[in-house]
Design a protein around this ligand. Structure first.
Ligand code: CO
Length: 506
């Protein structure tokens, strides 16, 4: 059997999981040529929270980062993580915005697109996958791995078969919480390999200490590619370290040949960077903790969640809130926990503890119940659905959510023009997702975090923007007519989330 190959994630998931996505392009560039020389099958460098972090915290144009990294590492395919119809945001965008984003990104040099939907609703992936294929780029359809009564190996394999039929070039198993066990990794890979001809990639996190073992089991089952990072941006809530994974494969017939001296050089570089980012790192993210196996919360979320609860004066309620997460998941149709559903479930769990179970339902949780994010893996609890319909005055939908959205690209372009911003596709698609930040970037206004040297000791020190300047989102919900309103700003995985919750008067 041919050797397994590694994708390297240090420039995306590595620092997103362990340093609140704060690695700057300047901190990446010295490592890029070395990463390029090693012969990894891919470098994950873009997407996920990196675009938000570039704009919100680092004052960087993410497309410029991509171009700089392509120049510094021209031989290795570069990978981005794309949230299907949500692009790299939380709401659904119209098809024309998704298409323009993919085209602009492909033109800027992106090679591989990992495309996932938080609900595993393939309808939310069709536009992105089709556009990537049309651009002549590599489409990797992602299966979000989670456990629940409705998430069976058969269901995952069925999804993989669909991806192959759609023309995807490979399939990723995205285990964002690091909960896949070696046995399941083995069985799932084996089943997929028996039904599917395109390469299979396993992506996991070492949060519970299972990552490296599950990779080994998947390699024995024939997985084509696994994803590792470089210590210290590795292990814990990140991917297993590359050198460690190689050691684990010592003597294995499928061990790839990566130069240990080069890996050591990378390690020394990233140790420096890790120190520079120390105010965003935390021992809680670095350690292996099997708590995750109970709560299934993605990498980095638990520790940031602690900070959020502290801000809400609920620090002592951490255990209760985390234990509420599976309750919320079940009621919302056993949705996987991945951006954005992880944040929504986390917020709702917090509401349930703060106000009493289901006394207050946050708007995004209502939207999930109403089908606005897509089809949930299992049925939504009938009582919660009825409450959501009553509170919003709207009926649940069962079509593809983006079918309800009018084209939006030209409207965003016009908004850019009105603000005196460039109207090319790159700026327009960024503006569609991050209007205030893009305006600040173009006008040369540095983000608050970049301006003020001493930052708070939390992973997310940026102040909240004024509510009145909040972007108009293409995905909106009506508010209930009565009740008291609480505005909350949450930061999970280094990403900010603003939510408004309504307390209903019964
Ligand atoms: Co990940």
């Amino acid at each position: 059997m041919k050797p397994v190959t590694f994708n390297n994630t240090v420039l995306r998931d590595g620092h997103q999981s362990l340093a609140a996505t704060r690695m700057s392009t300047a901190q990446m560039l010295p490592a890029a040529p070395i990463l390029d020389e090693i012969g990894f099958s891919g470098l994950e460098t873009w997407g996920g929270a990196t675009i938000d972090a570039c704009l919100r915290y680092l004052g960087e144009n993410p497309f410029d980062r991509l171009r700089a990294l392509k120049k510094a590492a021209p031989q290795t395919p570069q990978i981005m993580l794309l949230r299907g119809q949500n692009i790299v945001q939380y709401a659904s965008f119209p098809d024309d915005v998704v298409e323009a984003f993919v085209r602009a990104n492909a033109a800027a040099g992106q090679d591989v697109f990992r495309i996932f939907d938080a609900l595993n609703d393939i309808r939310n992936l069709t536009t992105a996958i089709k556009t990537v294929i049309d651009c002549g780029k590599h489409a990797r359809g992602e299966i979000c791995y989670t456990t629940s009564p409705v998430h069976t190996i058969d269901a995952f394999v069925h999804m993989g078969v669909e991806f192959e039929k759609m023309g995807c070039h490979s399939i990723g198993i995205k285990d964002m919480s690091g909960i896949i066990t070696p046995k399941v990794a083995h069985d799932l890979v084996k089943e997929l390999k028996s039904k599917i001809g395109i390469p299979i990639v396993l992506h996991t996190h070492d949060t519970a200490g299972l990552g490296a073992c599950s990779y080994l089991a998947a390699i024995d089952a024939g997985v084509d590619i696994i994803e590792t990072s470089i210590a210290p941006f590795a292990n814990g809530t990140s991917q297993p370290d590359t050198a460690r994974m190689l050691a684990l494969l010592d003597g294995h017939p499928r061990k790839p040949d990566y130069d240990p001296a080069k890996l050591q050089k990378l390690r020394l570089h990233f140790e420096d960077v890790y120190r520079q980012l120390s105010k965003f790192t935390s021992p809680a993210n670095e350690r292996v903790d099997s708590d995750i196996l109970v709560f299934q919360v993605p990498g980095g979320m638990l520790s940031n969640f602690r900070n959020q609860l502290a801000e809400q004066g609920m620090a002592d309620k951490f255990d209760e809130v985390v234990r509420e997460i599976p309750v919320v998941r079940e009621a919302l149709g056993w949705i996987p926990l991945v951006t954005p559903t992880s944040q929504i479930v986390g917020t709702q769990a917090m509401m349930n503890i703060k106000f009493g179970r289901w006394k207050v339902i946050c708007q995004p949780a209502q939207d999930i119940a109403l089908g606005k994010y897509g089809k949930t893996p299992g049925p939504v609890n009938a009582e919660i659905l009825a409450m959501a319909e009553k509170q919003t005055g709207k009926k649940a939908i069962d079509c593809r959510p983006a079918d309800l959205l009018d084209p939006g690209l030209e409207n965003y372009r016009k908004q850019c023009a009105d603000k005196g911003l460039p109207t090319d596709d790159e700026i327009t698609v960024l503006y569609a997702m991050f209007p205030q930040q893009v305006e600040a970037l173009v006008k040369g206004i540095p983000p608050a975090e970049a301006k003020s040297a001493p930052a708070k000791q939390t992973p997310d020190p940026a102040p909240a923007p004024a509510a009145s300047s909040a972007p108009a989102r293409p995905h909106t919900s009506s508010s209930p007519a009565s009740g008291s309103r609480t505005h909350m700003v949450l930061s999970i995985n280094g990403e900010r989330h603003e939510v408004t919750v309504e307390k209903l008067t019964k």
